[in-house]
Every structure is written in structure tokens, then in C-alpha cells.
Design a protein around this ligand. Structure first.
Ligand SMILES: Cc1ncc(COP(=O)(O)O)c(C=O)c1O
Length: 408
């Protein structure tokens, strides 16, 4: 039988007819838990949503107005693949100001949400067998896409005793001649750890001069409760090594608009743009105009949202810390609590199931973010203080019942 014939037979046997790479593609469990929680809600159950990572605030009015005006003004067609020149310029100005580095519009590629930057960058850089160092626990898409393109994901373990800040000394032991990409994420999802300037300088000292790229996922850079945000791109000599990933989803409560961007060397930006041409063509035109309004308009909406997140952070961390068997660090950024619940059950997938089914509280198991998430839960506090307070009450009851359950 021909090779093609054998392959077709194998496909028929496996039943799905999909390419091999689809077998290693992961997912983001938050969307699955959300779907299950919605199903329970539709069946009449009361569910408190602490699973999905999106601000519950509405997009500020002046940004919506800009989009409506843009639609009326005819921004309803294709744009250049890397983005409308004025939008790229507004992003370049904003990133240059916030990171203290020189950025031109040629450094910027606008994408529908920030996620495609991860996908495109790994498609553009990685050959099969190349190694990607990524945080574990960490945003699940890093590992998923690395595997999808045939690379070898190498976990960089984040530890609670270091407040989940990646340890530069560990990095030294993970680097090999095949390391092509290192992923940083600060403020971090799911642990809320924030890398200090000293951490970034130590990391820079280790990677400087090596032929590798750092993907610096800075999507939560404006959701910070103390101190100032530092980007590795601002460390001398690091800008050319770094691709900054950022966007509008979290800062301006625009998850559904789909607008993000990457900032990188212009030669690499051209290749990422080519991937845009091959996939999306461009980001929605009126969305880009709204993005300009977001960056150049008043910023007090961001400050108000962060102040409210801080209030909720304190409610959820104080409440969790009062529950027997729970220990929770106080997040310095982003809007996630990552309590250690190992004393209740190290199998947090089972515990999260129990919370959803028995208490109507939707949370994620830490293992949704990698093997090192075992023993932790992730709670997004993008919900009202009232809802958080009720969730804490329900969790207290559910944990008590859980401890008293008959065991097999
Ligand atoms: C760490 C991290 N990076 C990137 C993203 C993706 O953002 P966007 O919605 O702009 O694609 C998320 C969204 O949850 C995130 O948590």
C-alpha cells in the first residue's frame, strides 16, 4: 500500500482525520469551566463566576463613542495588515513613555487581541526541537502553542516562597544551546507575582549576548497595586532581544473587542505582519480607532478600575486566609488570587469540581496552568464585592463538608 494510502487508513482508524499536531494542542480551561458553569446556570443553579479572567467593568464610554464614530466615518474596510499608521503611532508613543525606550510605529504590529502575538511569534521563530522556557504555573497557551509548532516546552518553576517570581538562578540551569525563546509574564497569571527590576536585571545578565528572544507578556502591566512596572525591554541592551506583548483587553476592559499588539525589532515585525496577512488580514478598523481613543484619552477610568480591584483583592485575600487549610499571598498585580489549598486536597481538579457542583462557585484548578499548579486554586476577582463575599461564605461551608465526606 502507498504511504498516502496507509496514512488515509490510519486516519480512518483514528476516526478524526486531523493532522498530528492537533493531538498536542492544549486549551484554556477557563473557557471550558465557563461553559459548564453557564449550563448549570441555565438549569436554574446559582453560580458565582470566579473562573474567567476578564474585567467585569464596561468599556469606558469615550472609547465606545470613538468606535461608533469610526463606524459612521467609514472605518469598515481592510486596514494595512500591521495596523492603521495612526494606531501604530499611538501604541509606539504609549509604549515608549511607559517603558522608557525608543519605539517607532515600525516596531508595532496590531493583532486581534494579544494572544495572536504568542502564536505568530512561535510560528515565526521555532523549529521542531527548539526549546521554549516558560513559567509553570503559567498562561496555558504558552506551552500549548510551543508543542503545536513542534518545539520542546521547558517549564521554569515558580515557587510560593519566592512570591511566584521566576528565579534567575533556575534559568541558568534550564538554558541549553537549543533554547530559542524565553517567556516572561509580569504581573503574572495565575499567581499575580510581579518581577522586580533586580529580577529582570539578573535575567538580562544571564541571557545577554545569547541568540534568543524573550517574549515579555505585559498584558497586566497597568493593573498593579504598588510600586512601578518594569519591563525587561528597558534593561540596557535588552530591547532588541525582546518582544513586548500587550493590549487593550485588561487595561480598558475590552476583551471582546479583540485588540492587542506586539512591539519588536522592525525586521521581525515585518515577518509577524506576513503571518497577519496569511491569517487575519488585519484587526477590525473601527476597533483600532477606538484603541487610539483609549491610549490618548483620559486615563482616570484605568485608575478607578485598579482601585476597585484593590478593594476586592483585600476582601478575597482576607476572606480566603480565614478559611481553615487555606493560605493566600496578597497579589501585587493582575486580578487573580492563587490560594494554596493543599491541606484541604492536593488534587485541586477534584476540589474545583466540588466547589462548582456543590457550592455553585466556579474557580479553576491550579493545574489548568501547568503541573506546578497542583495544590492551588485560581480565583479571578473580576466580580463584585457582594459576589466575592457570598462565594467565600459558600466556600467555607463546602470545604467543611468536603473534609467530612466519606472517602472511598
Ligand atoms: C497572561 C495573558 N496573556 C495574554 C492574554 C490574552 O489577552 P487577549 O484577550 O488580548 O488576547 C491573557 C488573557 O487572559 C493573559 O492572561
Amino acid at each position: 500500500m502507498s504511504v498516502a494510502g496507509k496514512r488515509r487508513e490510519d486516519m480512518a482508524a483514528s476516526g478524526d482525520g486531523l493532522a498530528d499536531r492537533m493531538r498536542v494542542l492544549g486549551t484554556e480551561t477557563a473557557f471550558e469551566v465557563l461553559a459548564r458553569a453557564k449550563k448549570l446556570e441555565a438549569a436554574g443553579r446559582s453560580i458565582i463566576h470566579l473562573e474567567i479572567g476578564e474585567p467585569d467593568f464596561d468599556t469606558p464610554e469615550h472609547i465606545k463613542e470613538a468606535a461608533i464614530r469610526a463606524l459612521r466615518d467609514g472605518y469598515t474596510h481592510y486596514t494595512p495588515a500591521a495596523g492603521i499608521p495612526e494606531a501604530r503611532a499611538a501604541i509606539a508613543e504609549s509604549v515608549a513613555r511607559s517603558r522608557g525606550i525608543p519605539v517607532t510605529p515600525e516596531h508595532v504590529v496590531i493583532t486581534p487581541g494579544a494572544k495572536p502575538i504568542m502564536f505568530f511569534l512561535m510560528m515565526a521563530l521555532l523549529n521542531p526541537g527548539d526549546e521554549v522556557i516558560y513559567p509553570d504555573p503559567g498562561f496555558p497557551i504558552y506551552e500549548s502553542v510551543a508543542r503545536f509548532v513542534g518545539a520542546r516546552p521547558v517549564p521554569w518553576i515558580l515557587r510560593e516562597d519566592r512570591e511566584f517570581r521566576a528565579d534567575p538562578e533556575d534559568l541558568r540551569t534550564l538554558l541549553t544551546p537549543r533554547t530559542k525563546l524565553i517567556i516572561l509574564n509580569s504581573p503574572h497569571n495565575p499567581t499575580a507575582g510581579v518581577l522586580s527590576r533586580a529580577d529582570l536585571e539578573a535575567i538580562a545578565g544571564i541571557v545577554r549576548g545569547r541568540p534568543l528572544v524573550i517574549l515579555s507578556d505585559e498584558i497586566y502591566c497597568q493593573i498593579l497595586y504598588s510600586g512601578t512596572f518594569h519591563s525587561i525591554a528597558s534593561v540596557p541592551g535588552m530591547q532588541d532581544h525582546t518582544v513586548i506583548l500587550d493590549g487593550f483587553s485588561k487595561t480598558y476592559a475590552m476583551t471582546g473587542w479583540r485588540m492587542g499588539y506586539g512591539v519588536m525589532r522592525p525586521a521581525l515585525a515585518e515577518r509577524i505582519t506576513q503571518l497577519m496577512v496569511n491569517s487575519n488580514s488585519c484587526t477590525a478598523a473601527f476597533t483600532q480607532i477606538a484603541g487610539i481613543a483609549a491610549l490618548r484619552g483620559p486615563q482616570d477610568c484605568v485608575a478607578r478600575m485598579v482601585a476597585e480591584f484593590r478593594r476586592r483583592r483585600d476582601v478575597i485575600v482576607d476572606g480566603l486566609s480565614r478559611l481553615p487549610g487555606v493560605r493566600c499571598l496578597r497579589p501585587q498585580g493582575a486580578f487573580y488570587a492563587f490560594p494554596n489549598v493543599r491541606e484541604i486536597d492536593a488534587d485541586t481538579r477534584r476540589l474545583a469540581e466540588h466547589l462548582l457542583n456543590e457550592a455553585g462557585v466556579a474557580v479553576l484548578s491550579g493545574t489548568s496552568f501547568g503541573a506546578q499548579g497542583e495544590g492551588y486554586l485560581r480565583l479571578s476577582y473580576a466580580n463584585s464585592v457582594e459576589a466575592i463575599t457570598e462565594a467565600l461564605r459558600r466556600m467555607g461551608v463546602a470545604f467543611e463538608r468536603y473534609a467530612a465526606r466519606p472517602r472511598a
